[in-house]
Design a binder for this molecule. Structure first.
Ligand SMILES: [Zn+2]
Ligand SMILES: [Zn+2]
Length: 457
């Protein structure tokens, strides 16, 4: 099929994947969808297509809108029947195309049961698909529990504009190994294991070699909504099983309650990693924790396990008693009360800021001692602060995100050895849409964990 550039309009978009080059034609403003897009194969070179995309300035738009549709074709090897010249299809053809696509979504009567979001409404519903065949370095695990993270809302509701539907979320996965590849030597069938926020990386760069795979130079592959090296879109732990390279799989120590291990794989490692990097495990030092959600409550737990004096900062007075009694914090400060805040001036060695809402930074920085460190693990809209907050007392503000495979395993071992247990609310998969709403409202103490094994059937 020859490419006929003169027939393309400025609203057409192009895409290339390896040696495949595809032109997607559709009404961009209405967002190309199964019913408003059709496809043609481009016989010209990759470069030619890229030039076209540059001119049309559509590259990023396309990546977010149409990648999943194209990948579904390519990897199901059903691409060819859908190739057609660029021309308006009749309404009847449109309907047929949609039907066929629906079939391809559920292709092969997939044996992996899951719940997925199909569009930006984020509503999850049952869905089946096929996982990849076990490779020599892979393990396959039956998922027992999956924690519910705010990231699940971000991508099921397309908050970043890059969701590739259907989205099967979940990256706090724990389960039991049911099969191992021929080269796997770190795991045995029947072992309790976990999978966290990423499932692949190049395994060859500076950061992978340091076992900091989350910072892989070529980009770690996220556990869901990620583009894997084989071109597939990853699907997460709201599903019955997962196949993963053994490097990205962690041992859950014997005796550690499986349901409680789930939140450690994202919330736990997100706070533990910077706490270790910035040497917060020094008994007697003082830690402030901003925000008391999934991450914040884990920071309190680790702080107490390290022997720190822990102060919780919250905007809600109603959390005071629970912070002190249930979580064992040493102090509670209502952050809207200036007097309470000022009484803490230059009293803290460390602060972990888990708040994702916009908030001022200077009032908190002034609570740090000379040389004190604030670690940012949330995602506020922006960070604005006076240079004085940093310079005069040699303070730092640093960021962090989850952690590599080495520190993740260390964290799991630490939790088992020191009896660090997240506070969880176990739910059934049927409750997930309500649970996500409650998570948005911050109405959870402190992490939802889905009982996959007993409810996803
Ligand atoms: Zn997460
Ligand atoms: Zn790498």
């Amino acid at each position: 099929m020859q490419r006929d550039e003169t027939r393309h309009s400025s609203r057409d978009v192009g895409f290339s994947l390896g040696r495949e080059a595809i032109m997607v034609v559709g009404d961009e403003e209405r967002q190309p969808s199964i019913t408003t897009v059709h496809y043609t194969r481009i016989s010209q070179s990759h470069n030619c297509l890229m030039d076209y995309m540059d001119r049309a300035d559509q590259r990023s738009t396309l990546r977010s809108l149409s990648t999943h549709i194209i990948l579904r074709f390519l990897h199901a090897h059903i691409y060819q029947p859908y190739c057609r010249p660029i021309e308006e299809p009749s309404p009847v053809e449109h309907e047929e195309e949609q039907d066929n696509l629906q079939m391809s979504t559920e292709i092969g009567n997939g044996d992996c049961l899951a719940w997925a979001a199909r569009d930006a409404s984020g509503t999850l519903s049952p869905y089946t698909f096929n996982r990849r065949v076990l490779r020599s370095d892979d393990v396959s695990l039956r998922i027992m529990y999956c924690g519910v993270c705010y990231a699940d809302i971000v991508w099921t509701r397309n908050k970043h504009g890059d969701s590739k539907y259907p989205v099967v979320p979940g990256h706090e996965i724990v389960g039991v190994i049911t099969a191992i590849g021929s080269n796997v030597n770190g795991f045995k069938v029947g072992e309790h294991v976990g999978v966290g926020t990423y499932v692949n990386s190049c395994r060859d760069c500076e950061y992978c070699n340091e076992l900091q795979e989350i910072h892989c130079s070529k980009g770690a592959t996220y556990t869901f909504n990620g583009l894997d090296s084989d071109g597939t879109i990853t699907k997460g732990g709201y599903s019955s099983y997962i196949v993963v390279h053994e490097r990205y799989c962690f041992k859950i120590p014997d005796g550690y309650p499986l349901e409680m291990a789930a939140p450690l794989l994202c919330a736990g490692i997100t706070v533990y990693n910077p706490m270790m990097r910035h040497k917060m495990n020094q008994p007697g030092k003082s830690l402030g924790v901003i925000g008391l959600g999934g991450l914040g409550h884990m920071a309190v737990k680790f702080g107490k396990a390290f022997g720190l004096k822990v102060t919780i900062f919250s905007t809600s007075e109603s959390k005071r008693e629970e912070a002190l009694k249930r979580l064992g914090a040493d102090k509670f400060v209502l952050s809207s009360d200036n007097q309470q805040m000022e009484s803490m001036t230059k009293s803290l060695d460390f602060i972990i800021d888990t708040a994702s809402g916009d908030h001022p930074f200077d009032p908190y920085m002034s609570l740090l001692k000379v040389g004190g460190v604030m670690v940012l693990v949330g995602f506020p809209g922006e960070i604005r602060l006076s240079p004085v907050s940093l310079n005069l007392d040699s303070r730092s503000i640093v960021g962090s995100v989850t952690g590599g495979t080495k520190v993740t395993q260390e964290m799991l071992n630490f939790c088992a050895a020191n009896k660090v247990y997240p506070e969880i609310e176990v739910i059934k998969i049927e409750y997930i849409n309500e649970a996500l709403e409650r998570l948005v409202e911050k109405d959870v103490k402190y992490r939802f964990v889905i009982d996959i094994a007993n409810s996803l059937k």
